[in-house]
Design a protein around this ligand. Structure first.
Ligand SMILES: [Zn+2]
Length: 282
């Protein structure tokens, strides 16, 4: 088990498939971006954390992890707990996530960007939490201020179509969805992916603001045929652009006083005694 001491950081970046091939943010070092420490693994109550990287953007310290912390031999639930437990210990207050997603809304095309303002959890992993001390109100679960910074930054770096709101439906994976599942989601969601839950719950539990930027890499089954080759091209070609979007969003947020309500939507649970009791039943 690693003995690394958890460094302080005010931002967390949960990398997804968008930045995986770019070794984020190594391609942007120089100017105001510096890698401070690399390959950090921390002991957590849920097992050793995935490798993390500490970097700075100006004065702002950022901890980042690749591919949501997912790796073989560790459940995705535990991987998420490890990442968010480390973020909490580091004092992270702002979390940006990213990823490639499938389309549900028939108006979307491949390579559209979307900064969702809501989500729909179709996964089975709803009990993923750290210590369950809080009642989590999921109003404005995707921080309006981080979303605004991501919208601004995406507009600066991408001249294709950008959708500034929408619903992200989360499924368990690892497989993609069936045509019947996509048909069921139509009218309820715009995009479908596998990472926003439980990250959105864990972020609220640690009192951090959370939002993400997503781009479409495939059509939902039954909407239109898509090719794995296109998905692979996007994976390798677009990673630097997504890295730039995230770094600029951090620069915007670092120079701004936030007035969002995110932290106040985490309330002390009224079920404290129940959570402390081993014999609690639903
Ligand atoms: Zn917020």
């Amino acid at each position: 088990m690693s003995e690394n001491k958890i460094p302080s950081a005010s931002f967390g970046v949960v990398g997804g498939s968008g930045t995986l091939s770019s070794n984020f943010p190594a391609n942007f070092t120089g100017d105001d971006v510096k890698i401070l420490e690399d390959n950090l693994r921390f002991a957590t109550p849920y097992g050793e954390s995935p490798a993390m990287r500490l970097f700075s953007v100006g004065e702002t310290r950022v901890l980042t992890v690749k591919m949501h912390g997912w790796r073989s031999g560790v459940t995705r639930a535990d991987a998420s707990r490890q990442v968010f437990w480390v973020f909490r210990e580091a004092g992270v207050e702002n979390i940006i996530s990213e990823g490639g997603v499938g389309t549900v809304n028939t108006l979307l095309d491949i390579r559209d960007f979307l900064i969702p303002d809501d989500y729909l959890d179709m996964s089975m992993r709803k009990d993923v939490m750290l210590d369950g001390r809080y009642l989590l109100v999921m109003r404005d679960a995707l921080c309006p201020e981080i979303r605004q910074a991501l919208i601004e930054s995406t507009k600066k770096h991408f001249d294709g179509r950008i959708f500034t709101r929408g619903v992200y439906a989360n499924t368990d994976g690892r497989h993609f969805e069936s045509p019947a599942e996509i048909a069921m989601l139509k009218g309820h969601a715009d995009i479908v992916g596998q990472s926003i839950c439980p990250e959105v719950y864990l972020a609220r539990e640690i009192g951090a603001c959370y939002a993400g930027v997503y781009y479409t890499v495939n059509y939902g089954e039954g909407i239109k045929k898509w090719s794995h080759e296109t998905m692979s091209d996007i994976f390798y070609d677009d990673a630097d652009g997504i890295g730039r979007i995230i770094l600029d969003a951090i620069r915007i947020l670092a120079n701004k006083e936030k007035n969002c309500e995110c932290r106040s939507l985490r309330k002390e649970t009224l079920l404290k005694d129940v959570y402390n009791s081993e014999s609690a039943k639903g």
